[in-house]
Design a binder for this molecule. Sequence first.
Ligand code: SF4
Length: 685
Amino acid sequence: MRTVATHCPYCALQCGTRLTRERRGVSVRPTDFPVNRGGLCQKGWTAPALLDVADRLRHPLLRRDGELVPVSWETALDTIAARLHAIRAESGPDAVGVFGGGGLTNEKAYLLGKFARLALGTSQIDYNGRFCMSSAAAAGTAAFGLDRGLPFPVTDLGGADVVLLAGANPAETMPPLMQHLRSPDLIVIDPRRTATAEQAALHLQPLPGTDLALALGLVHIAVTDGFSDTAFIRERTQDFDAAWQRAMSWWPERVERVTGVPVSEQRRAVRMLAEAGSAYVLTGRGAEQHSKGADTVAGFINLALALGLPGRAGAGYGCLTGQGNGQGGREHGQKADQLPGYRMITDQAAREHVAEVWGVLPEVLPGPGRSAYELLDALGTSDGPRALLVFGSNPAVSAPRAEHVVSRLTSLDLLVVADFVPSETVELADVVLPVTQWAEEEGTMTNLEGRVLRRRRLQVPPGHARSDLEVLHGLATRLGEPGHRYPTTAREVFDELRRASAGGKADYSGISYQRLDAGEALHWPCPDGEHPGTPRLFLDGFAHADGRARFAAVEHRDAGDVPAEEFPLTATTGRVLAQYQSGAQTRRVAELNDAAPEVFVEVHPDTAARAGLAEGALARVSSSRGSTIAAVRLVPTMRTDTVFLPFHFPGDGRANLLTGDALDPRSRMPEFKVSAVRIEPHREV
Ligand code: SF4
């Protein structure tokens, strides 16, 4: 029998677990870790089943005569290296792209960024976290000078009098979080009456894509009804006047016309927040995944600032990060515009620091590359990458405009995918690299509150699966890099990551495996080995040079898609309790698949009746990009102008067949939450 203390493989809450391996298999127990305090959701309880999925990738695979066939690691890596050599020789280093993932450990994310910049010399690297956290990151950095999902521990939420959740549904996406949210004082903004909204004291139900108008209106009420904290605004912020110039024209009746949220509910929400002794404003993907996602988050930050919440004990603004390492994944250099330590790749001092740690000259480092969707969209085009290496992501299902993305992936000269299950993107690959998963590897993750956690190995991987770190070492050396630049143990990589992050915004230099293994709770920044870490940010000042937070002068604008005659409804997408992300992992766990086996579309009964649809009927939901086939669920609490589809399902059930390529100009976030659609009975042809 062997037991290890580790964390759940799925979402950013990173619930604490104890895994035990006995003769009859692996079992899991929740621990008293602060975020979950002995709780787990359905996904966490069934996580051991992931270790034994029937179609686990065990051998490298190479496409020959159209079929993926098992080959040795040497053959797989030699083949990739030879093709990459040829493509780079013909078309230059940017002809090779890298697509990472927000579920990769800190060590993998760091080494992947280094591999792309040094071994491949490419600027063309980004990751699926662009689809997840980028709007909140852009808005948080602009407002506070630093982006950390929650700048306070999750447990602080338990002491709040009021929490406003804008576009988050933790009752389904991270249920153990709900024990920290007291329902009598919960305000939820969501176009759907979600499981979280059901528990709230107040549910505001705006039309998808109008959250920014609502945020502007709430600021308007806060100021005109005398709830704004004028001393805080004067002493700890800048740019209020510019933000107010925009918010002043969003009087409550206008907001009601645009969003559908009654004036009385707008006023009640502001009053609840303002009269609370302790209040938090939190955003999730519902507010963030828009072509104006960064501005929408900024609108809610403006509200929090107007009420004087951020930078105060027992109050604040935060974002509920989604993916398992959604926080760490955006700190160590797998983003197109960033180097480790959350440094901008265009910053000369940052380039010099990282180049020194890597033992190269700063000129060697490429500049910024394309964002995730732009990278996928450019694949196989005349000036886009001819080869792509995908680690820990399944863009064939999870990217917007999914069928177009599949066509780009299949136009490549070389697609390499490293994963542990045969995802829909693996099925398209020329070479498949079987890699380790959570309980088969060592490493660290950084949860939604910026706390660095140890992932521990319980057992060896099956077959010939290897750690991603070994894969990167094997590829880098074949591409002519010295082997010592690509350590193969997580501890060695983490020690280098610490040096690379030193002095950066996300400073890990004082965090070590030794301290984590001794049980210390370390939130970054932690700049030296004696530093206790920083669970609460901004109490002494915000991270801008003058210590002040910034209001943002934001204005509401239409979504990329506006419902019209041909496509009169708005489709919005999201998650369900039993599935995770593209579903590549959770659809392979029997209990989870039984609980949520297929895509559905939630429709108001009146909308369904007008379309000739009944409960359980198959509907064709169409946008200008394509159609999704989904079973109808009649939901009386849906808005009559809105339908909802979960995005975890493959094939004709991909919700992302509907979504488009409108991007946020600042964060490059695609517009997952708003697609103009029509709905009709599905007829087989
Ligand atoms: Fe895992 Fe998230 Fe569920 Fe916790 S809430 S058990 S971390 S999926």
